[in-house]
Write a protein that binds this ligand. Structure first.
Ligand code: KG4
Ligand code: ZN
Length: 353
């Protein structure tokens, strides 16, 4: 079946057309067309995503992307539309939902709502081009989801059956990367920028101090008994350190970036390790925008040598509509073709598993 999928939860507008085959035991996919439009440059001056601007850009981009994917795929008939319904920025989510509802009505096809975070989980099996299928994996799997809005550890008992066992109590990991980058005068999105600086610092000698000040940031909640995280205190610690130092030289920026990245990665790995041990996990999925982080990938591989680790392709780490189409198909199969009434589908900014 041919699925048209739409993603507008944050600052990327995405539309794809996937040819989906097979049952739940071995679903397979072919990317017939995929188009994405990033708003990063538009939001950069604000140091984060500006919801009203995101909404305006999605509304502008959606018809353009639709035309592109229809032309590229040469598909005349779509069988199902999948759209992200949450979590995310509600004004942004609504643009995709309204657009999807109009198309569903016009083409007389069913419409299925998709949880964006479920999309990130499934993204580890996706490809940006060509054909692929979802292999059988050892369950329950553990998913470490790290994005701009979320940081959570989720047990995957089966496709569509998830349990959140830990999450951030304040800022998400990606959000902390973005905020610290801003403090260091780096552009938005901050994750890749911090990562580049930290890598440079790691290539040189480790720096224990910067401009005469000790360089030791906290690892918040590392030793708490639960699987939760907290990144807000770490961000504040960076702010105080910067205030104490005053004008930052390039070397100091590199040192702070490295120590900050070390602190985030160390806490993520520590809690993930505890969860792996407690639940006897054989498959670890690491996904969401921050999963693109090189140091996190290296440390995950170094720490968990005896289990299967799945990361998304670099291009599918951040938001995209391919993962939304994949979940849409799985959900359609699971529900045996039943979909909700389009009028009941709404944007849910805080949608949970
Ligand atoms: O999943 P995503 O594209 O959007 C949300 O659903 O939030 O994640 C975006 C987040 C941003 O905070 C961005 O700074 C972060 O992912 N990110 C990174 C890297 N690439 C993107 N963080 C750390 N290192 C990276 N290489
Ligand atoms: Zn996302």
């Amino acid at each position: 079946m041919k699925i048209l999928s739409i993603e507008t939860s944050c600052d990327e507008t995405g539309i794809s057309i996937l040819d989906c085959k097979g049952g739940l035991k071995k679903p397979s996919f072919e990317i017939l067309a995929n188009s994405i439009s990033s708003q990063v440059k538009i939001h950069a001056p604000y140091g984060g995503v500006f919801p009203a601007l995101a909404k305006r850009e999605h509304i502008k981009n959606l018809p353009i992307l639709l035309e592109k994917v229809l032309a590229k795929s040469k598909i005349k008939k779509i069988n199902l539309i999948a759209v992200t319904s949450g979590p995310g920025l509600e004004p942004a989510l609504w643009t995709g939902i309204v657009f999807a509802k109009e198309l569903a009505l016009k083409w007389n096809v069913p419409l299925i709502p998709v949880n964006h975070m479920e999309g990130h989980i499934i993204s580890v099996f996706g490809k940006n081009k060509g054909e692929f299928s979802i292999p059988k994996i050892s369950l329950p799997a553990l998913s470490l989801l790290v994005s701009g809005g979320h940081t959570e550890l989720v047990l995957v008992n089966n496709w569509g059956k998830y349990k959140v066992i830990g999450e951030t109590l304040d800022d998400a990991a990606g959000e902390a990367f973005d905020k610290v980058a801003r403090m260091l005068g780096l552009p938005y999105p901050g994750g890749p920028e911090i990562s580049k600086l930290a890598e440079k610092a790691r290539q040189g000698m480790p720096l224990a101090t910067c401009q005469g000040h000790p360089l030791a940031l906290p690892r918040p909640m590392k030793y708490s008994k639960d699987f939760d995280f907290s990144f807000s205190g770490l961000k504040t610690a960076v702010l105080y350190l910067i205030k104490k130092i005053g004008l930052l030289d390039e070397k100091t920026k590199m040192a702070i970036a490295m120590e900050f990245e070390n602190a985030v990665v160390e806490t993520l790995i520590h809690k993930t390790k505890k969860a792996i041990e407690k639940y006897g996990i054989q498959t670890l999925i690491v996904a969401g925008g921050v999963s693109a982080n090189k140091y996190l990938r290296t440390e995950v591989k170094r720490n968990f040598k005896n289990i299967k680790i799945l990361f998304p392709e670099q291009k599918l780490s951040t938001d995209n509509s391919i993962m939304i189409g994949m979940v849409g198909y799985m959900k359609y199969l699971k529900n045996k073709g039943k979909v909700p009434r389009p009028s009941s589908i709404k944007a849910e900014g805080n949608l949970h598993f």
